[in-house]
Design a protein around this ligand. Structure first.
Ligand SMILES: Nc1nc2c(c(CN[C@H]3C=C[C@H](O)[C@@H]3O)cn2[C@@H]2O[C@H](COP(=O)(O)O)[C@@H](O)[C@H]2O)c(=O)[nH]1
Length: 366
């Protein structure tokens, strides 16, 4: 059984952190709230297809779509929209698709869907590998904005697109489904194949003299396959529960809101001033590593709550009653739930009783 290096890294970061800590009472309180809300909304993998921009069909071309989306799933915070309240600043980067204007993560997805509607095979690796078929200027046009702010890190996006297209074409027969086949049903093996084959997915840092793995985009790539295909076909994994939360900049903000993270006064000042945190810096690694560790603790606590419920139900239910089916809860569903909650409640997160801004790091890793 392969162990997830990200779990071990997260615990190491947690145990060596000076500016970020995890209050135990916060975990118990947050886990109870999240568990109740997940039960109420029957939060499971079927939610993935509900978003208008996520594909409804699940086949090999959906795998291409998920690969490209998670290849580009990084760095959407705006230099213009500094309040970031969820009511988008009119000038921040925005892409309209089917009459709806999208900002943040969804703006990138909207741009890809718009290109496909325009008949551009943007998700085909042999196409996006080729500068002849797809010049840089055409990639810039595909990610064009409704407003004066352009998509962040456009040149890096072009670079990672070319690298991924080249590696898929030269090493994996031009198709990510071949990577999935090589993983032989193991989510962790697929994360390992992705992070060792594509440098833009190798999201790790030096911390206290050792390498720590975060692997946010590689893990969310596997998670999106699992959620889309609902543990069937290209999304079938026998160790999916080993995947951790995805250390972005939005979920840490929500975890702080849920009292599951505690920040030092110095760190709070850095965030409040909107100071840039370099990728791999001590403060940034502490935020990301403790976010992963906090979700591991939340998951453990939720599994205890489910166990308590099952025992109670078994004791009180007489023979004919059906003991309620234990819902699947893993770090992926907790993460997706928190992220969707954070987007829906962004106003409250930024203006609430414990307002904290997202940390500002420019990086291709998240
Ligand atoms: N931890 C975590 N990070 C996630 C996602 C997603 C998209 N997930 C959707 C797909 C399936 C789920 O059901 C969600 O509906 C994007 N991100 C990250 O957020 C940041 C963008 O934020 P903003 O600028 O506010 O849009 C950026 O770092 C991006 O990489 C997630 O799920 N978890």
């Amino acid at each position: 059984m392969i162990l997830n290096p990200v779990v071990e890294s997260a615990e190491f970061i947690h145990n060596h952190s000076k500016h970020v800590s995890i209050p135990k009472d916060g975990i118990n309180h947050g886990a109870a709230k999240i568990f109740e809300a997940m039960k109420k909304t029957h939060y499971d993998t079927s939610k993935w297809k509900e978003h208008p921009l996520n594909p409804k069909e699940c086949n090999a071309s959906t795998v291409d779509w998920i690969f490209l989306v998670d290849l580009l799933n990084f760095s959407f915070w705006s230099e213009i929209d500094i309040d970031d309240t969820g009511v988008p600043h009119p000038d921040r980067y925005r892409v309209s698709f089917k009459g709806v204007g999208y900002t943040g993560y969804w703006s990138m997805v909207a741009a890809i869907n718009r290109a496909l509607e325009e008949g551009i095979p943007i998700t085909t690796p042999s196409f996006f590998a080729s500068e002849e078929q797809l010049p840089d200027a055409e990639i810039a046009r595909i990610f064009r904005s409704d407003t004066k702010e352009q998509i962040p890190l456009l040149q890096d996006r072009i670079r990672v697109i070319r690298e991924a297209g080249k590696v898929l074409t030269e090493k994996f027969g031009g198709n990510f489904t071949n990577c999935i086949t090589q993983a032989e049903g193991s989510a962790l093996k697929l994360v390992d194949i992705v992070t060792s084959s594509f440098s833009s997915f190798r999201d790790e840092a030096e911390f206290w003299g050792r390498k720590v793995q975060i692997f946010k985009r590689a893990q969310i790539l596997v998670a999106d396959l699992w959620a889309c295909f609902q543990n069937e076909s290209y999304g079938k994994f026998n160790d999916i529960d080993e995947i951790t939360m995805f250390a972005d900049y939005r979920v840490p903000q929500a975890l702080y809101h849920f009292h599951c993270l505690q920040y030092s006064p110095e760190l709070l000042q850095v965030l409040d001033r909107g100071q840039m945190l370099p990728n791999g810096s001590e403060l940034e690694v502490e935020i990301r590593g403790n976010s992963i560790w906090a979700v591991e603790l939340i998951r453990k606590r939720i599994l205890e709550l489910i166990q308590e419920e099952q025992t109670l139900a078994a004791e009180s239910a007489d023979s004919k009653d059906q003991v309620p089916k234990m819902m699947t809860v893993n770090a992926i569903l907790i993460d997706f739930f928190i992220w969707d909650f954070a987007k829906a409640a962004q106003l409250d997160l930024t203006l609430g009783q414990r307002p904290v801004k997202v940390h500002r790091t420019r990086s291709v890793f998240y």
